[in-house]
Design a protein around this ligand. Structure first.
Ligand code: FAD
Length: 287
């Protein structure tokens, strides 16, 4: 339970942070809220020689509108997302999903950037970001780039981030006014990671689905964007037969591990149940 020794660095600008990461090499890791990294270090599953703490960089914080999108700084906490009037009005699924992350103590310190950069398929926000079509703005010594959340997750703890890069902010297109949304999560107890969870954002027009996007949490090595399942629903009234087909399509792309949260088959089926519930809630909320 005691981490290996490490040197601690506290830059005050993005430029200084990426300079430190470049100079210190692959044994250096960014530190955000520490609520995933520090437990990994205590278990000696991560043994960085240098921690570059991003907490002293004001440019990495805040939530602001930017044209037809909202930009959230990577060091914004889950608690700040829950409390944001702008997000509650424009992208309410973020508040709903954030309230299902861990417990208040973790949410006070844990950051959105850390949650999405971590690469743990159990984290809740990545599937939400895939569902929303978010883009991750990353910066490193060789410049800046934008990576779609849907292309970011490559495997367990493996992302498209290159060594030395940090996630600076997350740009989320604002869904259409009147959209329906839901994040449904099955967990064993308060504060637990998902056995399975589903994020849905949809718009209805004249009683039928005009647009739909679906993300799934913790039912594969990476979060999943269930593109085919969403396509099945477009043009439907979300009638029972079509929802059943879409659920089957979503279940078909899952490949969960059997673990303490249940056998693989059960977790796949729970992903389907969460999706059906999320679709029903989203439909009821759509205007
Ligand atoms: C008891 C408990 C229960 C939890 N339950 C849940 C849950 O139900 N759902 C859930 O989603 N999470 C859960 N978590 C995890 C929690 O949400 C973490 O806060 C989150 O996963 C990581 O955010 P962090 O700010 O703490 O990042 P850290 O732990 O500091 O960092 C995580 C990883 O991301 C990297 N990183 C962080 N920020 C950046 C950045 N800006 N650029 C590049 N790399 C970066 C770090 O180097 C590290 O590899 C739980 C944690 C605990 C302790």
């Amino acid at each position: 339970m005691i981490p290996g020794s490490f040197a601690y660095h506290r830059p005050t600008s993005v430029k200084e942070a990426i300079g430190l990461l470049a100079n210190l090499g692959e044994e250096a890791r960014p530190l955000a809220g520490g609520h995933s990294l520090i437990p990994m270090m205590k278990l000696r599953l991560a043994t960085p020689e240098h921690l570059v703490d991003l907490a002293g960089i004001p440019d990495l914080k805040g939530i602001r509108p930017d044209g037809d999108a909202i930009v959230i700084g990577a060091m914004t906490t889950q608690h700040e997302i829950v409390g944001s009037d702008l997000l509650t009005e424009k992208i309410p699924i973020l508040r709903e999903a954030s309230l299902l992350v861990a417990d208040p103590q973790v949410r006070y310190i844990g950051t959105l950037g850390g949650n999405v950069a971590n690469g743990d398929p159990g984290n809740d926000m990545p599937a939400v970001m895939m569902c929303l079509g978010a883009n991750y703005q990353v910066v490193g010594n060789s410049g800046e780039r934008s990576i779609p959340a849907r292309d970011f997750y490559l495997g367990v703890y493996l992302t498209a981030l290159e060594p030395g890069e940090i996630l600076a902010n997350i740009r989320i297109p604002v869904p259409a006014a009147g959209h329906g949304f839901a994040y449904e999560k099955l967990k064993r107890k308060i504060g637990d990671y998902a056995t399975a969870a589903a994020a849905v954002v949809l718009t209805m027009s004249g009683g039928t689905v005009a647009a739909c996007s679906i993300g799934l949490t913790n039912v594969a090595d990476t979060p999943l964007w269930a593109e085919e399942a969403a396509k099945i629903l477009i043009g439907s009234t979300l009638d029972a037969a079509t929802v059943k087909n879409a659920v089957a399509a979503a279940e078909a792309i899952t490949s969960p591990a059997s673990d303490g949260r249940g056998p693989a088959h059960y977790r796949t089926k729970m992903a389907g149940v969460m999706l059906a519930r999320a679709l029903a809630s989203a439909k009821a909320r759509a205007r």
